[in-house]
Design a protein around this ligand. Structure first.
Ligand code: ARG
Length: 719
């Protein structure tokens, strides 16, 4: 095997010319021949049908949407390979100080030992259908909230019709800023369990210091398993459920990758903004990113202080901690990338040229002439309340008692309506998940931290100019005296003393009440939410007004740009399934520095300080010292490969996606982008943007030599 890999490596590196870089997250249902030919030229051996065809058995059917992350089936019994950081929420919710799976990892050598991955679902694609005509017909001629609602309503209709009487889940997404709409239909496994996770010192080796960086030595992988009812239908967690049997699963490659190898990734990238205007870019560069960096830094300080006082808090806040650290560093990377590339200046220059092209022709002027001025105006209007909105949004998200009271309060309003008239988040089809989220709060709740978060947002509101302050906060504070901080502290004391929402049974009981019954409870947080609610509603109205209007003009800008530039055009990422391809290639981040494309176990040992996050497990060090690499050694060096770079174009949501070779075998799991690729969400740069994956041989090596996970290994198809 080693030998074959070496030959392949030599052959490819001799034949290949300049490193090809491959921008684009392509739609599977719109794959054009030219792209396919390009993939073949780079080393793809599969036919188009072997990748995807409607109703077929291509490898795309082995890809799993994990909601914010991706995975792939790697056995006939529903076994899913994904990232450690994608399964992290499940590990956190299942962990306690006695059973700390985050720290120690987890392995179930048989199915009875697997543990529930709370909050996880695994969705398998069934079909993709264009529904643009139907949606756009309803939206035609409408503006603002009316347009937003018309689109929302027709999407609800389409969804209800498609789901009616079928065991499927449908979601409709907009493409090209609202030019097209497509419906993805999925089969959902609602019962997902944790099978294997390496210890933190492998799965998150390098932690937040190495995150978004190369060279990387993180074994960022885990295994989950999807379950269904005995008759194969979708079912909530039950002991009677059986493993889901996917139509297709991917073999794991023992050959891994070498420099210049062809690779492709199929997954669910969340959001890119490559066709956004300079106004949107300006918004992010000069307001959104700097604001988030500051806020997330402050919130992390709050958590760090709480953990310093009481280390027991760490498990409870681990998910927030990872999320905030990851996003904060992402925003910092975007800021640096934007500034270095002069992205805003480039956008402005491009729009100037575009406008000249538009104005040079009467018909074009009529069609596209208003797009940019309209977008500018919308951003201007939308920005008036933005500081307040961000405080409210994050208060509702980070402060779990406010979040819970909001859910319960809103539900008492929504449940009184007919299903089709409700907010999509409160339609019958979503209620089981809403309840589950309420139940799960206990698995990651610390009252001290929750109080501190609320205090932070209240004080931040008091710092805003008068018209942007949260009126309800002000009103509540009038009953107290002292400095702002003293008043806020006293109010928060009262709120937490007078609520029962921190008790799961009480939360679930209140969830079932009517509005009238709920208000009789006299729960302080419910009363508090009732006071803030009108302002949440105003925020939603503003969002809908902006959303409706922007969905009418963005397609004009993107359509105009498409006509102006010509060539192949892929839509921005929007959570739908995409394919990206490229080759295993290093890069040069700056003058005289060249990064090679594969890291090795020896590199992890080199980084070892014995202290978190660079605390290599003793056993791993011993294996390396003894050169006990088994069949997992790389063909080109005497060591086990850990991670590799490729030119494939990915973003958040792709995490956990299988990275696949030309024969359709899984050569690893994609888990990150390099520092220089973070701003690729706005603009892809061939020379700098790379995807980072953990190699299949490292995954197999850790399972085999480090964890002795032989049952799991035996279940995989290894070739
Ligand atoms: N940067 C990775 C992503 O966004 C997440 C890595 C998680 N690791 C961490 N140290 N927080 O997909």
């Amino acid at each position: 095997m080693k030998y074959r890999a070496l030959i392949a490596f030599l052959a490819i590196s001799l034949l290949s010319t300049a490193a090809p870089a491959e921008e684009g997250m392509w739609q599977l249902d719109k794959f054009d021949a030219e792209l396919f030919a390009r993939m073949q030229e780079l080393g793809l051996e599969l036919s188009q049908e072997e990748i995807y065809s409607p109703g077929g058995e291509g490898i795309a059917y082995a890809i799993v949407n994990l909601g914010g992350g991706t995975g792939s089936f790697v056995s006939p019994y529903g076994l899913i390979l994904t990232n450690h950081h994608v399964a992290f929420g499940a590990l956190q919710r299942a962990s306690s100080e006695e059973n700390n799976y985050i720290e120690d990892g987890f392995y179930a050598d048989r199915s009875e030992r697997e543990i529930q991955a709370h909050g996880y679902e695994a969705r398998v694609l069934i079909s993709i259908e264009d529904v643009s005509d139907r949606v756009l017909k309803k939206a035609k001629g409408k503006k603002g909230v009316k347009r937003y609602e018309a689109i929302e309503d027709v999407i609800k209709e389409i969804t209800a019709e498609a789901e009616e009487g079928r065991d499927v889940r449908v979601s409709v997404a907009s493409f090209f800023g609202g030019m097209q709409y497509k419906m993805s239909t999925y089969f959902t496994c609602k019962d997902v369990r944790i099978v294997y996770a390496p210890p933190r010192s492998i799965g998150n080796y390098g932690g937040d210091i190495d995150n978004w960086m190369w060279p990387r030595h993180t074994g960022d992988f885990s295994f989950l398993r999807a379950y269904v009812a005995l008759d194969g239908s979708s079912a909530e967690y039950s002991e009677d459920n059986v493993p889901y049997e996917p139509a297709v699963h991917l073999p794991m490659s023992l050959e891994g990758v070498g420099k210049d190898d062809f690779t492709m990734i199929i997954g669910f990238p969340g959001q890119t903004m490559r066709y956004r205007s300079s106004y949107s870019t300006d918004w992010s560069l000069n307001w959104r990113f700097p604001g988030r960096v500051k806020m997330f830094g402050d919130l992390l300080d709050i958590m760090n202080k709480a953990v310093e006082k009481d280390p027991g808090v760490r498990i409870k806040t681990a998910r927030f901690d990872a999320m905030l650290n990851n996003s904060m560093k992402n925003y910092e990377g975007q800021l640096e990338g934007f500034r270095k590339a002069g992205l805003l200046e480039q956008k402005i220059a491009e729009e100037k040229e575009f406008t000249e092209w538009v104005n040079a022709d009467k018909k074009r002027r009529k069609k596209y002439g208003n797009a940019l001025p309209a977008i500018e105006k919308l951003y201007e209007e939308y920005s008036v309340h933005r500081d307040k909105q961000v405080i409210m949004r994050f208060a509702g998200f980070m402060n779990q008692m406010l979040g819970a009271s909001g859910t319960i309060y809103r539900w008492t309003e929504e449940k009184a309506k007919k299903d089709m008239d409700r907010e999509p988040a409160f339609m019958d089809r979503s209620i089981p998940r809403v309840k589950q989220r309420l139940e799960m709060i206990d698995m990651g709740y610390d009252e001290g931290v929750d109080r501190q978060f609320l205090r932070y947002f209240m004080l931040a509101s008091l710092d805003l100019p008068e018209i942007q302050r949260v009126r309800a906060f002000n009103e509540m504070l009038t009953g107290y005296s002292g400095t702002d901080e003293e008043k806020v502290d006293a109010l928060i004391d009262d709120l937490y003393t007078g609520t029962k929402l921190d008790d799961v049974d009480e939360r679930m009981r209140m969830f079932d009440l009517t509005r009238e019954e709920l208000m009789k409870e006299g729960d302080t947080f419910i009363d508090f939410y009732a006071k803030v609610y009108p302002e949440f509603k105003e925020m939603e109205d503003r969002d809908e007004e902006f959303g409706g209007n922007i969905s009418a003009v963005r397609p004009l800008l993107i359509g105009g740009m498409k006509e102006w530039k010509g060539g192949a055009f892929y839509p921005d990422a929007n959570g739908t399934i995409r394919l990206t391809y490229g080759t295993v290639t290093g890069y040069s981040p700056r003058d005289a520095v060249n990064y090679s494309c594969i890291t090795r176990l020896g590199g992890a040992i080199e980084k070892n300080t014995g202290e978190e996050p660079f605390d290599c497990p003793e056993k791993l060090i011993k294996l390396w010292e003894k050169k006990d690499f088994g069949k997992y050694e790389h063909g080109c060096f005497v060591d086990v490969p850990i991670a590799f770079l490729s030119t494939t174009d990915i973003t958040g949501g792709n995490s956990g996606s299988p990275i696949i070779n030309g024969k359709g075998e899984c050569v690893g799991a994609a888990f990150d982008g390099n520092w220089e690729s973070i701003s690729a969400d706005y603009m892809f740069n061939d020379k700098l943007n790379r995807c980072i994956s953990v190699e299949s041989r490292y995954i197999l090596f850790v399972l085999d030599k480090f964890s002795g996970a032989y049952e799991l290994l035996g279940e995989l198809t290894i070739q």
